[in-house]
Write a protein that binds this ligand. Structure first.
Ligand code: F6P
Length: 396
């Protein structure tokens, strides 16, 4: 792996190991950070100075850990292993030459992860500084130290060039930005396919519970939950109490956040992450109106939408068609942040959830705006290379 800290390298490594193992390909990850944490429990390696390229002792120590992992990876391949993943930044040519010098008799594939989305980077750093490694620092200090650490790596970063086999990927979008394969190797197509797949073991897709606007059939706006809606949210919380949910992705609207709150309260360590990408379809000039009011006051809009609901765009607002891209980005963000736990929870809205469902479930476009999205049930989605499952389940 190659890439700055918090660019999704370990996430890709862990998922890749899982996929390969599932295909009976013995795979192991050799992670320099884990080795460092294991051996240096008494040394301050959480502070940024440990990553300063001018800190000679620390540079030497880090190189030693890299070498230990390179040797272990080699031993693994010489015994029963088939794939060794060197999970570390490996951002300098010098470090990559070291790998080639010792592992050059095996095919080497570099996977460089890049991702410069500021929001994702911020959330990834927040996730990093929650780990026990930073227990001695305040969250703010830990955040600053981690940013400095990234900066030190940026100083020595030499992007991949002239490598026989490499993929440069946008690890948020699961998109290959550049690739070169000059030395064919047996797992090529399996790995390539894996890199571009959105896989999820359990995605719980929930629609927010009853809001004040739902009572009147009003669209959009930012209403809160009714007392019944709050009760439904509590029932959801009890239902999911035994499952481990690390993140709940919501929209920025009150009704989704209020649905998430009781669920998060019953989880030991759960963060609510509101994403603008999951905001409900923007009704433009029709926001906060009821469907009957739209029909009576703006019949052109009402009937034009009725004629072609998927492609219709509300004046000054959105349509299903124009939501597609942002929903896709929201899904990528949620998957990126949550990939290490098997359960992903998204609390969205009617149109949003239809679009999320259609990302995984084939539906003709014209049918997407009619997918059934009730408030007293949720969808469980499994989408892996071997399995596709959609289940509508009750929680009460
Ligand atoms: O009524 C709830 C709601 O989420 C509105 O905010 C939104 O405009 C609507 O559903 C989307 O559903 P449809 O596309 O069927 O109008």
């Amino acid at each position: 792996m190659v890439g700055l800290p918090a660019r999704g390298k370990s996430t890709v490594a862990i998922r890749l190991r899982e996929t390969l193992r599932k295909n009976s390909i013995p795979t192991r990850i050799f992670n320099n950070g884990n080795l460092r944490r294991r051996y240096l429990s008494k040394v301050n390696s959480y502070g940024a100075d440990f990553y300063n390229p001018d800190n000679k002792d620390a540079v030497e120590l880090r190189k030693r850990f890299a070498m230990m992992n390179i040797h272990s990876a080699k031993r693994y391949l010489e015994n029963n292993g088939q794939v060794s993943i060197l999970d570390a930044t490996n951002v300098s040519n010098e470090r990559r030459w070291l790998i080639e010098e010792h592992l050059g008799d095996h095919p080497i594939l570099y996977i460089e992860c890049v991702n410069d989305d500021a929001e994702i980077l911020h959330l990834s750093i927040l996730q990093k500084v929650r780990s026990p490694e930073f227990a001695l620092l305040s969250p703010d200090n830990a955040y600053q130290e981690f940013e400095k650490r990234i900066h030190y790596y940026q100083m020595i970063y030499e992007p991949l060039q002239n490598k026989q086999n490499y993929f440069k990927i946008d690890s948020l979008q699961n998109k290959i930005l550049k690739e070169q394969i000059l030395q064919p190797f047996p797992l090529y197509s399996r790995i390539r396919d894996f890199l571009v797949t959105d896989a999820v073991k359990s995605l719980y897709l929930i629609r927010h519970t009853e809001s004040y606007y739902n009572l009147e059939d009003r669209i959009g706006g930012d209403p809160g939950l009714t007392p019944d809606g709050i009760e439904q949210a509590r029932a959801l919380a009890r239902f999911f109490q035994k499952k481990r949910i690390s993140y709940i992705f919501t929209s920025e609207k009150k009704r989704t956040i209020q649905t998430a709150e009781p669920i998060a309260e019953l989880q030991p360590d759960c963060m609510i992450v509101p994403l603008k990408e999951f905001n409900e379809i923007d009704g433009g000039i029709c926001e906060s109106m009821t469907y009957d009011e739209i029909r009576a006051q703006m019949p052109d809009i009402y009937y034009a939408r009725k004629d072609d609901k998927y492609n219709y765009i509300y004046p000054h607002g959105e349509g299903y068609i124009s939501m597609k891209q942002r929903i896709k980005i929201g899904i990528k963000k949620a998957f990126y942040l949550n990939i290490r736990s098997n359960n992903i929870m998204i609390i969205g809205h009617r149109a949003v959830n239809r679009m999320i469902l259609s990302h995984f479930l084939y539906r003709r476009q014209e049918d997407v705006p009619f997918i059934y999205v009730p408030q007293n049930k949720f969808y469980k989605i499994v989408a892996t290379q071997d399995k596709k499952l959609f289940e509508l389940r009750k929680y009460q």
